[in-house]
Design a protein around this ligand. Structure first.
Ligand SMILES: [Fe+2]
Length: 180
């Protein structure tokens, strides 16, 4: 028996392509969605030129779609906030790209600076606001894509903002189309 036959068979990876895990084209797991968000965040050329700021309504732009997920770019001028909401049946990953956002949940308040990432499951309730004096940018991956963003009534942390929203008639339609 040829003494090196075992080595040849075991050593040639091209003989066993079925043992190699092909890199996935699209993320599937929560960790992969978080990884996608991190890679987009790190590549400013992908999104920086697209960002707009709109003082009248929160600005958002769909950056990418894939099977079972969507990636959205959002901007927040000082004082803008999402209101308290959930994400229907979607899970998501929120990543701050620039500036600082404040997230409020029933468990408390946390400041999210550049690179901060929050992963949420269906039914997760939060409010996100830009409480700073500088604009902020965030990236949101939803899986599956966000089809509704039900608003929750709760004691607003900043009544003055709530009053302004009500006065502007920030309609159900506009809110239904919102992203966060
Ligand atoms: Fe949200």
């Amino acid at each position: 028996m040829n003494s090196d036959s075992d080595i040849q068979i075991a050593g040639d990876i091209l003989e066993v392509p079925h043992l190699l895990q092909a890199p996935r084209e699209h993320p599937v797991t929560v960790a992969e969605f978080a990884g996608l968000a991190r890679s987009v965040a790190a590549d400013r050329a992908q999104w920086e030129h697209l960002v707009r700021y709109d003082a009248t309504t929160r600005w958002y732009h769909r950056l990418r779609t894939g099977p079972g997920y969507e990636v959205w770019l959002l901007s927040w001028v000082p004082g803008q906030g999402s209101g308290t909401h959930d994400h229907g049946r979607s899970s998501g990953v929120l990543t701050v790209l620039d500036g600082t956002l404040t997230e409020r949940t029933e468990r408390g308040t946390r400041a999210l600076g550049p690179g901060a990432q929050r992963v949420f499951a269906p039914g997760y309730v939060h409010e996100v606001v830009n409480d700073t004096l500088e604009p902020a940018i965030s990236l949101h991956v939803y899986f599956p894509g966000l089809t509704e963003m039900p608003m929750h009534t709760s004691a607003p942390a900043h009544p003055e903002h709530a009053d302004a929203d009500a006065g502007a008639g920030a309609d159900a339609a506009a809110r239904a189309a919102a992203r966060c």
